[in-house]
Design a protein around this ligand. Structure first.
Ligand SMILES: [Zn+2]
Length: 251
C-alpha cells in the first residue's frame, strides 16, 4: 500500500503494465467498484452502464472533497469534468466548497482507488466517502492522475468494468488469472476472482457496446491471462467509444 504510487509510476514509465506482475502488484490498476443493488444480487455484477445506477440526463451531481491537498483537488476536478464537457454527458458535476453535504464525496485517505457506481452514492451514509484516490499526492504525475480520475468518475457516472461487459469477448485463461490474483498483493479468494473477473454483467440490466479494448474502464490484461493472445495495456484516456457512449446515454 505504502508504495502504491511508486509501483504505479514504475508500471507506467517502464511500459511493463502488460505483464501479470505489473497488473497484480499494483492496486492502482485494480480499483474496487461497489455495485448496486447490493444484498440480493451480491455475487452478480451487472463497458457498460448499469441501468439501475444511471443518473437522469440533466442531473446536477454535487461533489465535495472530505480531505486532501487543494492543488490535487483542483487537478481532480478539471479531469473529472471532461466526462461532462462539450458534447459529452448531459450532466453537471457541481463541485462545492465548505460543505460535504454532496452526492459524491471524495477522500484520499483510504487504501486503493475506488468509487461507488452511479446513483449508488445516495445509499452511502453522509460523511463517508463515495470515491477514494489512495495514492494521488501533489507529486503524482499528470498521466497517472488522469488515468485514475477518468476511471473512477466513469464509475460515478454508472459505468462498470469493461471486461465484465455482457458483450463478452475475452477468452480467459482462468487458471492463469486465478494463479496471479490469488497471490499477493490481491490475495483474492476464488469466489472474488470469479465475481470480479469472469462473471459478465446481466445484459438486461446493462447498456453496452461491443468490447472496447481502448476503454478507460478496461483493466490491463496480460496475454498470459487469455488463451488467444489477446492483451490490453494501461489505458489512460477516454476512448472514442467511451465518449460516444456516455454522450448517447446522457443526452
Ligand atoms: Zn474500476
Amino acid at each position: 500500500m505504502a508504495d502504491a504510487s511508486e509501483n504505479a509510476g514504475t508500471a507506467v514509465d517502464t511500459g511493463t503494465a502488460g505483464t501479470a506482475a505489473a497488473a497484480t502488484r499494483n492496486e492502482s490498476e485494480w480499483c474496487f467498484a461497489w455495485h448496486q443493488p447490493a444484498p440480493q444480487t451480491e455475487g452478480k455484477t451487472k463497458a457498460a452502464l448499469q441501468k439501475a445506477a444511471m443518473w437522469q440526463p440533466g442531473d446536477i451531481i454535487t461533489v465535495s472533497f472530505l480531505d486532501g491537498d487543494a492543488g490535487v483537488q483542483e487537478r481532480v476536478r478539471k479531469v473529472a469534468e471532461e466526462w461532462t464537457g462539450s458534447r459529452m454527458a448531459n450532466l453537471t458535476l457541481d463541485f462545492r466548497k465548505n460543505t460535504t453535504d454532496t452526492l459524491i464525496r471524495i477522500s484520499f485517505n483510504y487504501a486503493g482507488s475506488w468509487s461507488v457506481i452511479g446513483t449508488t452514492c445516495r445509499q452511502v451514509p453522509k460523511g463517508r466517502p463515495t470515491m477514494n484516490f489512495g495514492w494521488l499526492r501533489p507529486g503524482s504525475g499528470e498521466a497517472e492522475l488522469r488515468r485514475v480520475v477518468l476511471h473512477e468518475f466513469g464509475h460515478a457516472l454508472g459505468l462498470i468494468h469493461e471486461h465484465q461487459s455482457p458483450a463478452g469477448g475475452i477468452q480467459w485463461n482462468k487458471e492463469a488469472v486465478k494463479r496471479d490474483l490469488s497471490g499477493p498483493p490481491n490475495n483474492w479468494p476464488d469466489d472474488v476472482i470469479e465475481h470480479n473477473m469472469f462473471e459478465p454483467a446481466d445484459a438486461k440490466e446493462t447498456n453496452f457496446t461491443p468490447l472496447d479494448r481502448a476503454s478507460i474502464m478496461l483493466y490491463p490484461i496480460p496475454a498470459s491471462w487469455t488463451i488467444n493472445g489477446f492483451s490490453v495495456g494501461l489505458n489512460g484516456e477516454l476512448s472514442s467509444t467511451d465518449k460516444q457512449f456516455i454522450r448517447q446515454q446522457y443526452q
